[in-house]
Ligand binder design. Structure first.
Ligand code: AMP
Length: 660
């Protein structure tokens, strides 16, 4: 076969395999064959650049999006839907339609996928552009990221000159859970729900990231089809199915009873769908009927979205238990008497945090109303105070971690209460991942998966244990092998030589980021000196404020931290700074710079002052030692004069630095 023909044949074959795997959920080709053929296609395409085609299966993860997403004006607007909240409102909708069409209408009922609406454009059967809904009239071009969605066909069996399809992009619930677990392990912010996660993924500038998020789609409408006539919505869905799209589950209904029953069924099945739903959509099936009814300024008159009321039931709080998350946050949970809610038996409800408990005054023994509003975990809506038994007491979270016993602290700027334990088993995975990360101890080969395997195999209970690992035991771990084990042990050995600043950052002391760790290492030079520092001496260090100083002192007071430092020391981990110590001639002095300096920029001046142990602040207060006034100094100079703070000229500053 000619190579050009082979390219065509492979593209067809791989596109078909994608369809069988991602849309039909019925793989025919083995993963091995798929990878093999894809590789062959890549080679052939490289040899034949004249045959480049963006819809080739090799281009699912293409080049980066330069900057910003281009605007796309929708050929047919992506309309919104009118919400209805009660069965009577659905009945009214049906009555309105029946009146307008003189009866006998058919309806299609579908789950309302809680994702992001997109329009997919095909020309001559080839996917050419995909856009978000935006405001319905103008959206954003997210073609490259949509190509990574394997269930979106890149080439269609029938080559209509123009076809625009509408669907909902979502992150499967399972993928969402995995993604959040991974983010949590890395200490990154979590996504609130699959919808936000999908939105964030679709707007990535790097399609590789979008691809890794494994988004999926349910299509539910033909926006435009050139040269094709349909009479009903169901016909369009059948056509889309024949064109290899993943089509929304749907049910044709004729009476209000049938519609209500189907809405009920979708509600009961909501747990079983791989996507979140936020309602059910009832649509008129006849397309000519839709034209008769038309649209208001905002919504079509031929469809409504039924929103399920969150089901609420009473139950009793049997106990309140506290879990410690991987970031050390103490999360209280109410253990309740089992109730059936939205298709599942519920035995506990989230209490969020102390503020939530206090505000609602939730106590052990209380009867409470519990609801499940689409979220995975049910929550307590209210307390039935009239039913409160005698002898209950207000609930307070413990002041020590229920897992490791270390003291807990409340976040300075939030409602979270956190465990401070340096070796708390609940936080072990995250601590280890952070400890080994590139900016911390930079231990190559020690990513989240390996860390998890080490903990599971009971080989590591804290960062100190890492340095006692042997090649033999490591090579027995899943997917490890002798070579990787040797490499890991070597990487661990190398990390012992790291500068003190890396180790300080690796400890994960709250408020101590990379920069603070560096400043501390330079100023104190050794771990021992730092351990002896008081809050007072710490606050004299540039960049270290009161909160950070307190956090450092508290960290070194904890027996767990001391144990960690000692095990690392015994293992031979370096605890000395390799950077020259800063001078301390200006220690304890705070400078404020104002106006334009002639000989250096403000940043340079700050660096020089800090190198001598001085501190530079942005505002003048009684604590300021000197204000350095350059050309056209303004309000800060005025304030210095008011407070009687010594003012230095630039020349005087240079003199002070030289003397120092
Ligand atoms: P809303 O944003 O609340 O006005 O609801 C309208 C949105 O529901 C549309 O933007 C669609 O993207 C989305 N949607 C999800 N599933 C469906 C469906 N089966 N039929 C129509 N719209 C749907």
């Amino acid at each position: 076969m000619e190579e050009q023909q082979e390219i065509e044949a492979l593209r067809k074959e791989l596109e078909q395999a994608n369809y069988e795997y991602y849309v039909l959920d019925c793989p025919v080709m083995s993963d091995y064959d798929f990878d093999h053929k894809l590789r062959r296609l890549e080679e052939l395409e490289a040899a034949h650049p004249e045959m480049a085609d963006p819809s080739s299966p090799t281009q699912r993860v293409g080049g980066k999006v330069a900057d910003g997403f281009a605007e796309v004006v929708h050929r047919v607007p992506l309309e919104s839907l009118q919400d209805v909240f009660a069965p009577e409102e659905t009945t009214e909708f049906v009555q309105r339609v029946e009146e307008a069409l003189s009866g006998g209408a058919e309806y299609d009922v579908e789950p309302k996928v809680d994702g992001l609406s997109v329009a997919l454009e095909y020309r001559d059967g080839v996917f050419v552009r995909g856009a978000t809904r935006g405001d319905g009239q103008v959206g954003e071009d997210v073609t490259e990221n949509l190509r990574t969605v394997r269930s979106i066909p890149m080439a269609l069996p029938e080559k209509l000159s123009s076809l625009i399809v509408r669907g909902e992009i979502y992150m499967p619930k399972k993928v969402f859970e995995e993604l959040n677990t991974d983010l949590e392990l890395r200490g990154k912010a979590l996504f609130a729900n699959p919808r936000n996660a999908a939105a964030g993924s679709l707007r990535q500038h790097d399609p590789k990231i979008a691809a890794a998020r494994r988004l999926d789609i349910q299509v539910f409408n033909i926006q435009y089809a050139e040269g094709k006539e349909f009479t009903t919505h169901t016909e369009t869905l059948e056509y889309l199915q024949s064109q290899h799209f993943k089509v929304i589950p749907h049910m044709v209904c004729h009476t209000i009873q049938e519609i209500s029953q189907e809405i009920g069924c979708i509600g009961e099945r909501r747990e079983d769908y791989p996507f979140d739903i936020d309602g059910a959509v009832v649509k008129l099936n006849s397309l000519s009927g839709r034209t008769v009814l038309g649209s208001t300024a905002k919504f079509p008159r031929w469809a409504v979205a039924y929103k399920y009321p969150p089901e609420q039931k009473p139950s009793k709080v049997v106990d309140i238990v506290v879990q410690v998350g991987r970031t050390g946050v103490l999360t209280p949970k109410a253990v309740i008497e089992p109730v059936r809610l939205a298709g599942t038996t519920v035995t506990n409800a989230t209490l969020h945090n102390q503020d939530f408990i206090t505000e609602k005054d939730i106590r052990i023994g209380d009867t409470v109303m519990v609801q499940k509003a689409g979220e995975i975990i049910p929550e307590i809506v209210s307390v039935l105070k009239d039913e409160r038994p005698d002898g209950t007491v207000p609930y307070h979270l413990p002041d020590h971690c229920p897992v490791c016993g270390a003291p807990v602290v409340r976040d300075e700027d939030g409602a979270h209460i956190r465990c401070t334990g340096a070796e708390c088993p609940a936080q072990l995975l995250r601590h280890l991942v952070h400890f080994a990360s590139r900016d911390a101890m930079d231990i190559e080969g020690l990513g989240p998966a390996v860390v998890e395997a080490l903990v599971k195999a009971d080989l590591v209970h804290g960062p100190g244990d890492l340095y006692h690992l042997g090649t033999g035991e490591v090579s027995k771990l899943d997917r490890m092998g002798k070579k990787s084990a040797e490499n890991l042990i070597m990487a661990l050995e190398r990390s012992k030589e790291n500068d003190l600043s890396r180790l300080l950052f690796a400890f994960g002391i709250r408020q101590v980021g990379q920069k603070a760790a560096k400043v501390l290492a330079v100023r104190f030079q050794t771990m021992d000196a730092l351990m002896e520092a008081t809050e007072e001496t710490l606050t004299e260090v540039p960049d270290i404020g009161g909160i950070t100083a307190k956090s450092i002192v508290e960290w070194f007071q904890s027996p767990q931290s001391l144990h960690l430092v000692e095990t690392l020391r015994e293992a031979g981990v370096n605890m000395v700074s390799r950077e020259a110590p800063a001078g301390d001639k200006l220690a304890g002095k705070t400078f404020v710079l104002t106006g334009t300096l002639e000989h250096f920029t403000r940043d340079e001046a700050s660096t020089k002052i800090e190198a001598q142990g001085g501190k530079v602040s942005g505002s003048v207060s009684k604590k300021t030692s000197y204000v350095v006034a350059g050309e056209s100094a303004g309000s800060k100079l005025k304030k210095a004069n008011e407070l009687g703070i010594p003012v230095l000229s630039e020349a005087e500053l240079i003199q002070l630095l030289d003397e120092a």
